[in-house]
Design a protein around this ligand. Structure first.
Ligand SMILES: O=C(O)[C@H](O)[C@@H](O)[C@H](O)[C@H](O)COP(=O)(O)O
Length: 237
């Protein structure tokens, strides 16, 4: 199990600036080396300050594909939609030129939507250059929720990178949503994975979960499977 240093930042501005700069650096490197880049990010309440800064970065955004690490199984008109957050906050200004690859597909089952999303991600290379993750206070990342029936499959390191449908019931939303989530192999094959944490509670959860069982605890799985992980934290919750 790898040890990962938690890098501390005094305040959300410095924290968001540092994360956005590292994501932009990695995307810029992929654009220089391969002429294209792929970014995957989360929804939730944490990433917006990072997305605002990343959106303003001077990159060749027309050659960047932007996608999600997970999605609630709702249309973009829903306030719960992660795609809506990406379109409203990240795909603005210079970044509006990026190609967005959603995970949600209307009028199918969540598992059919996951198969369509897996195909769409494979179409943009089946690998992420830069990934931003958030974490819930239960230690979930992406839609890898404790005790979810899909958790063990999502955390199986030997599968190919893919997207799986996640039954509702564990995400703490009201009403609980079915979800779509990338699996651990997508994080193992990524160029850079940054986990952004805010507040003392999430820091303590990370430190506790890091010692856990990689078969059923996502943070432990990140550390046990050589994910190129950096953890950036700020006290400001
Ligand atoms: O769909 C989502 O909710 C996110 O993609 C999810 O993976 C998020 O990163 C965590 O739930 C943390 O959420 P907060 O940032 O709101 O704490």
């Amino acid at each position: 199990m790898r040890e990962v240093e938690i890098e501390s930042f005094a305040g959300v501005d410095a924290w968001a600036e540092a994360i956005a700069a590292r994501l932009a650096e990695t995307l810029g490197g992929a654009l220089r080396d391969a002429g294209r880049a792929v970014f995957a990010g989360p929804g939730g309440s944490t990433p917006a300050p990072v997305y605002r800064r990343l959106a303003a970065t001077d990159l060749d955004w027309a050659n960047v594909a932007v996608t999600l690490v997970d999605e609630r199984y709702v249309p973009e008109t829903s306030p719960d939609s992660n795609a809506r957050l990406i379109r409203d906050v990240l795909l603005q200004g210079p970044a509006a030129a990026a190609r967005f690859v959603p995970l949600y597909t209307p009028e199918v089952t969540v598992d059919r939507a996951a198969a369509v999303a897996a195909h769409a991600l494979a179409d943009v290379g089946g690998r992420f250059d830069a990934v931003l993750l958030g974490m819930g206070e239960d230690g979930h990342i992406c839609s890898m929720f404790p005790e979810s029936p899909t958790l063990k499959t999502l955390l199986t390191p030997t599968l190919k990178p893919t997207v799986l449908g996640v039954p509702h019931g564990r995400d703490g939303l009201a009403p609980p949503q079915e979800r779509l989530s990338i699996n651990l192999p997508y994080l193992m094959s990524a160029g850079r994975v940054i986990l952004g944490l805010k507040g003392a509670t999430k820091r303590a959860v990370f430190e506790d979960q890091a010692k856990g069982d990689p078969k059923v605890q996502p943070i432990a799985a990140l550390l046990a499977n050589d994910v190129p992980l950096e953890v950036l934290w700020t006290e400001e919750g």
